[in-house]
Write a protein that binds this ligand. Structure first.
Ligand code: C2E
Ligand code: MG
Ligand code: MG
Length: 434
């Protein structure tokens, strides 16, 4: 248990502690089950490759696709590669999975009309295997795919290991005539030194630079412009990843990014769908998407506890976005009121009321939420169950006063400041809302 808590602390970054909680045990068990299921899926040929178009900014035609692995779990449904690839890497499964992805992508690409390129992701573990050039060569020979139609996407993680071996690996891959792309640029090791020598043909600018780039005051646009200038100076292409809205598309075009990949053109599609799209010859996709990127507002309803001075109130929060939410359950709360919102599972956010109408308040979080990695949002930090129960915030503690700290100590318990909405029968409203 201590070991699991240690891992959780390490995952959270430097200089922090974690108390063990049963969730860690559940998560570890879950991971082991998933690992077994993944082994099974590989053996039963249940993994598939889907393909996402990459569009040339100048000609506005699709010049290549990225092969993205898909796993449709028989009970759980689709599982994100963001979740199972790291499991495969730890469980010695990345080699066979990587070989499957490479072989299938080359096979499929060889069947396409024209010269469309296919990009395949290569894990740093595969890159560390000295047999990789032979594996790639074998896939090319077996499928009769021209080497210059294959692009290997490598992340900055490969530069963490011995540099002479890394250089030798780059040289042998380049010798095969394949193209090399640096994936997720700007998220990892990000030393510019390796751009001097590593023979990349393309830099893929990570989605995190695109997010928020169109918001006023964002520096992301300037960073993208700098990456493009750098890439052009050393003769590399650029791809902006994760373009979802038309204003983002407009921005990256203006910044002279040479290639664009994102939902604004298409998500990754099955091989059969891709083949149909290819039949028409030169492939152009009309961009479509929201005019602007909006905060990922989520219309889910969550029970939460709003803490004000020494009282807890049970409320419901909905329309949660990165920066705020709508809170329901208290009447006539003045603008500017500060609440501590307990969203459950140790997620505590401090928020200020910015709009107030009857039983609804628009609240703004002090610190932006972050993606929880599975389509939801969560607070950047979590407070351990132990600390929560010390503060009287166990799940049963809803609607009872928090022990006042500091100056309030020892005074008689004050009355709640806010009225709970009369029509607010929590259980009932919650069900209605849900
Ligand atoms: P990646 O290589 O950076 O792939 C791009 C990811 O961004 C894909 O996620 C893609 O679906 C997603 N994406 C593309 N356009 C948009 C957009 O407009 N908005 C948003 N929100 N997302 C967009 P996916 O398929 O879930 O893959 C996640 C990661 O898993 C990949 O990141 C890659 O690192 C890894 N992966 C996927 N397939 C393979 C594989 O065959 N082998 C290895 N080693 N890794 C893989
Ligand atoms: Mg990639
Ligand atoms: Mg990427």
């Amino acid at each position: 248990n201590a070991d699991l808590a240690l891992y959780a602390a390490k995952d959270g970054g430097r200089g922090r502690f974690r108390f063990f909680s049963n969730e860690f045990l559940e998560a570890a068990k879950d991971r082991r089950i998933l690992e077994e299921d993944l082994r099974d899926a590989l053996a039963k040929n249940e993994l598939e490759m889907h393909y996402q178009p990459i569009v040339c900014t100048k000609s506005e035609t699709v010049i290549g696709v990225e092969a993205l692995i898909r796993w449709n779990h028989p009970e759980r449904g689709p599982i994100s590669p963001g979740l199972f690839i790291p499991i495969a890497e730890e469980a010695n499964l990345i080699e066979p999975i990587g070989q499957f992805a490479l072989r299938r992508a080359c096979e499929d690409a060889a069947s396409w009309p024209g010269e469309l390129r296919v990009a395949v992701n290569v894990s740093p573990i595969q890159f560390g295997n000295e047999a990789l050039p032979e594996i790639v060569e074998a896939a090319l020979l077996a499928t009769d795919l021209k080497p210059n139609r294959l692009e290997l996407e490598i992340t900055e993680g490969v530069f963490l290991s011995d540099s002479s071996e890394t250089d030798a690996m780059f040289a042998s891959l380049k010798n095969l005539g394949v193209r090399l792309a640096l994936d997720d640029f700007g998220t990892g090791y990000s030393s510019l030194g390796y751009l001097r020598s590593a023979p990349f043909d393309k830099i893929k600018i990570d989605q995190s630079f695109v997010r928020g780039a169109t918001e006023p005051g964002s520096r992301n646009g300037a960073i993208i412009a700098a990456i493009v200038a750098l890439a052009e100076a050393v003769g590399m292409d650029t791809t902006a990843e994760g373009i979802e809205s038309l204003d983002q598309l407009d921005l990256v075009r203006k910044l002279n990014v040479s290639h664009i990949q994102g939902y604004v053109y298409s998500k990754a599609v099955e091989h059969e769908v891709l083949c149909k799209m290819l039949e028409a010859g030169d492939w152009m996709i009309e961009p479509s998407g929201p005019a602007r990127q909006r905060d990922e507002r989520q219309s889910v309803y969550r029970r939460a506890t709003a803490i004000h001075e020494d009282h807890c109130y049970q409320v419901i929060v909905r329309n949660i976005s990165l920066t705020g939410a709508l809170m329901e359950g208290l009447v006539d709360v003045p603008l500017g009121t500060r609440f501590v919102i307990d969203l459950g599972d140790g997620q505590i956010a401090v928020a200020t009321v910015r709009r107030s109408e009857g039983i609804q308040q628009g609240i703004e979080f002090d610190e932006r939420l972050v993606s929880d990695g599975s389509g939801g949002l969560c607070t950047r930090h979590r407070v351990s169950q132990y600390m929560l129960s010390l503060a009287g915030l166990s799940p049963e503690a809803v609607n009872i006063a928090v022990a006042p700290t500091g100056k309030g100590k020892g005074r008689t318990k004050s009355l709640p400041t806010f009225k709970v909405a009369k029509e607010w029968n929590t259980a009932q409203s919650y069900e209605q809302a849900a």
